[in-house]
Structure formats: structure tokens, C-alpha cells
Ligand binder design. Structure first.
Ligand code: DON
Length: 307
């Protein structure tokens, strides 16, 4: 590709903004008030440069994009065997909020669906006293990946807690099977806080670039997680990051990725770049419609398909 990156990104932004398909998430009351046409794209290289266009300073809640990072945190803190004992690495082929437990073991099928992410949150924050300490531990870890101090969006946190019935039901089922060892209510409060951490598209591209850079934050130089943890996390993102759309995503776009209901979408190409898109218009699977269009183009124009 001959076009300079900023010009290319500007053209990409204009292209995806012409697509008005999809609707903002409404099962979390405050997300229903999101501005549907906000849109931003960012690319961060493993050498520490970030290029961004559009609403790149707008903060939004990280939501499910926190899941691969907290999975990495738990792997780093506890080791693979301890985490694997509680959560699998198989695609579920089902929506993010289905229970999707393995037959026999009752482990959630992977850490990208809510059941797996609630379990992983509980593992990583088990030493914390209550949900606010859990939230602080996760926020500190996500901040190291972003390379700046992140904060909780209290409005999103309280709004999501009001309607967290389904996650509470999932957590109670996990407690029944002894997958979860702690109080389901406190764990869901902590997990909801995790999803409410506020980020920009630039933060997300830098966090993705840290995974692409074998766990080393490209700007601060900190080795946040080991190369093995980064590789494992990217592998699970490739298999399950797009939920029941993971297979067609890997086939057509070919980049390990993770989406969130507030409209974020990240992708990481090992050894090269982290990328992020923010656009709250979602498709039926709960993934950002413009985000998918942007990544489809990045994959084709910049030869980012892994295979
Ligand atoms: O637990 C939930 O339902 C939300 N906090 C996160 C869901 C989400 O982002 C799904 N991703 N597309």
C-alpha cells in the first residue's frame, strides 16, 4: 500500500461512516443513549506509534473487550493449569450471554463468553476484599496495557448492574457447579465494573498492540505479560473472540479479534500492529457493524489476513 497511513485511515473512516446499518445496544440502559454515528479508528504499531482518526478522544466503556486482557492477567498471575482447570479454550458457537458449559466438567467453553469471563474475573481478583478492590485490580492491569491511568465509568457501572439479571443467573449456575468459588453477587459486581472501565480507541489499539508485541507494551516498554500468555490469549481470540461469528470472521478477515457491546472492536496481528475501531452501531451478533467493515478493509488493503 503506497498511501500514507493517516490519509488511508481518513479514507477508511469516511467509507465506514457511509454505512448506517446496525443499532446501539439497549439491554444496558445507558448504552441505549449512545450517539450512533460516533466513529473512530486507531492503529498502533509494535514500535510504539499510534495513528488515529475520527472521534478518537471519546471515551466509552470497554465491555467485552476487557475479557481477553483479564484472561491474560489470570494466566499470568496463576499459570495455565489453574486457569485451564476452570475455563476451556473451545469456541462455543453460541451468543456471548449463553451459559455454554462443557458437558461433564461444567467449565465455560472459553473466556470470551460471559460465563468464562465471569469465572476468569473471579480467579484474577480472588485475593481482593470486595467488588471495589476487584475493580481496582482490573483497572490497574488494564492501565498498564494502555500505558496510561484508566478510570471506571460509574454511570455505566450502575446502569449495567440494574439489569445484570442474566449475568447473575450465569454466576449462580457457575457457583452451583463449583466453577465459581465466591459469592456470585460480589463477582458479578466486580465483573460489571471491569466492563465499565472507560477507554478511547487509541487505548484499545495500544492494548491490542501489546498482545501483538508478545506482551510488551510498545510505548512504556513494560513486559506486561509473558510471550506465552500473549500467544495463548491471541489464540483464544482467534477461536472465540467473535462468538458465534468467529469462524466466518477468521475465514474472511483472518485477524484475532474481540468485540464489545459499546461498539469497540480490536484486532491484533502478531509482530505487527494492534488496531481498534469504535462505532456503537451493532449487528445481530452484538458486534460493531462499521468495525467489521473497517477490519475487512484493513485485512484486504494491508494484507493483514494471517493465512
Ligand atoms: O456482560 C455483559 O453483557 C456486558 N458487560 C458485556 C457484553 C459484551 O460486550 C458483548 N460483546 N459484544
Amino acid at each position: 500500500m503506497q498511501t500514507p497511513v493517516p490519509d488511508y485511515l481518513q479514507e477508511l473512516l469516511e467509507d465506514i461512516m457511509s454505512d448506517r446499518r446496525g443499532h446501539v445496544a439497549d439491554y444496558i440502559p445507558v448504552l441505549a443513549e449512545a450517539e450512533p454515528d460516533q466513529c473512530a479508528v486507531a492503529l498502533s504499531t509494535v514500535h510504539g506509534s499510534t495513528y488515529s482518526v475520527g472521534d478518537d478522544d471519546v471515551q466509552f466503556s470497554v465491555q467485552s473487550i476487557s475479557k481477553p486482557f483479564v484472561y491474560a492477567a489470570a494466566l499470568e498471575a496463576m499459570g495455565g493449569d489453574a486457569v485451564d482447570g476452570k475455563v476451556g479454550v473451545e469456541p462455543s458457537g453460541e451468543a456471548f450471554n449463553e451459559l455454554s458449559l462443557e458437558t461433564g466438567t461444567h467449565r465455560p467453553k472459553n473466556a470470551m463468553i460471559n460465563a468464562g469471563a465471569i469465572t476468569v474475573h473471579s480467579l484474577f481478583t480472588a485475593a481482593s476484599g470486595d467488588h471495589s478492590e476487584r475493580a481496582a485490580a482490573v483497572t490497574r492491569f488494564l492501565s498498564r496495557l494502555a500505558g496510561r491511568d484508566l478510570c471506571l465509568d460509574e454511570e455505566v457501572f450502575h446502569s449495567e448492574l440494574q439489569t445484570a439479571h442474566r449475568n447473575l443467573a450465569i454466576a449462580h449456575m457457575l457457583r452451583t457447579y463449583d466453577v465459581l468459588a465466591e459469592d456470585p453477587h460480589d463477582v458479578v459486581r466486580g465483573y460489571t465494573a471491569q466492563c465499565s472501565v472507560a477507554v478511547t480507541v487509541k487505548d484499545l489499539s495500544m492494548m491490542a498492540a501489546t498482545l501483538a508485541n508478545r506482551g510488551r507494551q510498545p510505548r512504556t516498554g513494560e513486559q506486561v505479560v509473558s510471550p506465552w500468555v500473549a500467544r495463548r490469549t491471541l489464540s483464544v481470540m482467534a477461536a472465540a473472540g467473535m462468538y458465534d461469528g468467529a469462524g466466518s470472521w477468521l475465514t474472511s478477515v483472518g485477524i484475532p479479534a474481540k468485540s464489545g457491546v459499546s461498539g469497540g472492536l480490536i484486532g491484533a496481528l502478531p509482530g505487527q500492529v494492534g488496531a481498534a475501531v469504535f462505532s456503537p452501531r451493532l449487528d445481530v451478533q452484538g458486534n460493531s457493524s462499521r468495525g467489521i467493515r473497517a477490519f475487512s478493509r484493513l485485512s484486504a488493503d494491508m494484507g493483514m489476513h494471517l493465512f
